[in-house]
Ligand binder design. Structure first.
Ligand code: PEP
Ligand code: MN
Length: 376
């Protein structure tokens, strides 16, 4: 028993269902339907609740009970009724509120622009980028679609490489947020740090190298902060969705999946850092209720091909993107991590302009095409 469809006007039944869920350590998310019914989604491990299915079925107003066959129950798109009928759960909208009062809605049909340095290395660098991002937001009237990024704690392949400023980096991000009003997302690398980082950041990021660190996933879930979950670079889609389920099982459905490229033989030839899997964006939409964004920076490894990758992802209708940028070309020489792929902000501005044009001129046609395939 994963979802209960309840006719409107039965608050007592709703309360009873919520109580049953709480008693078994689960929570309930109520999605208010348009006219006839609401749906109650159990979040957590639903095995214990399922023992009460017979009782719940008899409660006044209960119309149908749905079961999700995928192992990632909380985030799966499709649920099946007892006689095999299928319901498509609605897309999740993940909200990130900034101190400027704007709520960024990821998954609500408009491209969300997450942008910033790979890592806050100096206050000035981070502030300049954030100010420019804000300027882009104001210029195009999309301030409510801009989020700042920056990893204070950096996972590095080689132990000799610089690993970020750590808490000092968080302090910089806090100050820049105060200065610009933009909310920020930053990476958490260890489960013992999730709660503390969550006191500062508006959104947490789990990186590709830690994408299957189950304790970290659970700890981030427990913070109840929105989480970006990058796809592990060797993960199959189902492994990725199951990783998301670890976060969801903690009662946190505010998860945004991020495709950032996978390792293939072709990267050995040196023309890209990772191979983008655009197809998986469509697959995420088919299989899960979660928003999905695309990272054009880590697939590229070279600023020359970042914009091309970003624009190439658009027909797959990602809910947004996360892009690494540079405030000043001269800084590239002293940037300690991911310098080669950092896109200068003026070029990022052009990319935003192209995306907004695409959104207006081409996206409506693409949506019609996608609609046909989704509903066929
Ligand atoms: C990053 O966003 O800087 C990063 C480390 O990303 P990924 O985990 O995708 O490599
Ligand atoms: Mn990076």
């Amino acid at each position: 028993m994963d979802i209960v469809e309840l006719e409107k006007g039965y608050p007592d039944s709703e309360e009873t269902i919520k109580r049953i869920a709480t008693e078994s350590g689960n929570s309930v998310e109520v999605i208010r339907g348009g006219s006839v019914s609401d749906t109650l989604h159990f979040i957590g491990d639903t095995r214990v609740i399922s023992e009460k299915e017979g009782y719940v079925k008899e409660l006044p107003g209960v119309m149908r009970i749905w079961n999700v066959s995928a192992s990632y129950k909380n985030v799966a798109k499709l649920a099946a009724g007892k006689s095999g009928e299928v319901v498509r759960r609605s897309q999740r909208v993940v909200k990130v509120k900034g101190p400027d009062g704007h709520v960024r809605k990821i998954g609500a049909g408009k491209h969300i622009f997450i942008v910033g340095p790979d890592s806050p290395q100096t206050f000035e660098q981070t502030l300049e980028i954030a100010r420019y991002a804000r300027h882009i937001g104001e210029k195009f009237g999309i301030l409510d679609r801009i989020i700042l990024r920056g990893g204070a704690f950096k996972p590095r392949t080689r132990p000799t490489d610089w690993r970020g400023l750590g808490w000092e980096g968080i302090e910089i991000l806090d100050r820049v947020r105060e200065e610009t009003g933009l909310p920020y997302v930053t990476e958490v690398m260890d489960h013992t740090m999730a709660a503390e980082v969550a006191k500062h950041a508006d959104m947490l990021q789990i990186g590709t190298r830690n994408a299957q660190d189950f304790e970290l996933l659970e700890a981030c879930g427990q913070t109840k902060k929105p989480v970006i979950l990058k796809r592990g670079f060797g993960n199959e889609a189902e492994e990725w969705f199951s990783a998301a389920e670890y976060i969801a099982n903690q009662g946190n459905l505010d998860i945004v999946l991020c495709e950032r490229g996978v390792k293939t033989l072709f990267i050995k030839e040196g023309y890209c850092r990772n191979t983008p899997d655009f197809n998986v964006i469509t697959h995420v939409k088919k299989k899960t209720i979660l928003p999905v964004i695309f990272d054009p920076s880590h697939v590229a490894g070279d600023d020359k091909i970042v914009v091309s990758n970003l624009l190439a992802s658009l027909p797959f209708l990602p809910d947004g993107s996360i892009t690494e940028t540079l405030h000043d070309e001269l800084f590239r020489k002293v940037q300690k991590c991911d310098a080669a792929q950092a896109l200068i902000m003026s070029m990022y501005e052009k990319a935003v302009e192209a995306i907004l044009t695409y959104e207006k001129m081409i996206q409506p046609i693409i949506e019609q095409i996608q609609d046909y395939f989704v509903h066929r």
